[in-house]
Design a protein around this ligand. Structure first.
Ligand SMILES: [Zn+2]
Length: 72
C-alpha cells in the first residue's frame, strides 16, 4: 500500500448549512470533523445528517400539502 499523506478528504456532498456543493472537507485525523470551505461551518457527519433530515422533513410536509391541495 502506498503511504497516505492526506489528512483531509473532500466530500462530494452539499453543505447542510449554506448548500454549497462539494465544499466539505473531512478531517481524516478526526472522522467526526467536517468543515465547509464556503461558510466555515464545522460539524460532524451526524449533525449534517440531522440537519439534512430536518430539511427533508420540512420539504416532505410541503410535498404532502401540495398533494392534498385541490387541483384547479
Ligand atoms: Zn457551508
Amino acid at each position: 500500500m502506498a503511504t497516505r499523506t492526506a489528512t483531509a478528504r473532500s466530500l462530494k456532498v452539499a453543505c447542510p448549512f449554506c448548500m454549497a456543493g462539494e465544499a466539505i472537507t473531512l478531517d481524516l485525523n478526526d472522522l467526526r470533523a467536517c468543515t465547509c470551505e464556503s461558510c466555515s461551518e464545522s460539524f460532524s457527519p451526524q449533525q449534517a445528517y440531522d440537519r439534512a433530515a430536518e430539511l427533508a422533513a420540512k420539504w416532505a410536509s410541503v410535498v404532502a400539502w401540495i398533494e392534498s391541495a385541490p387541483v384547479t
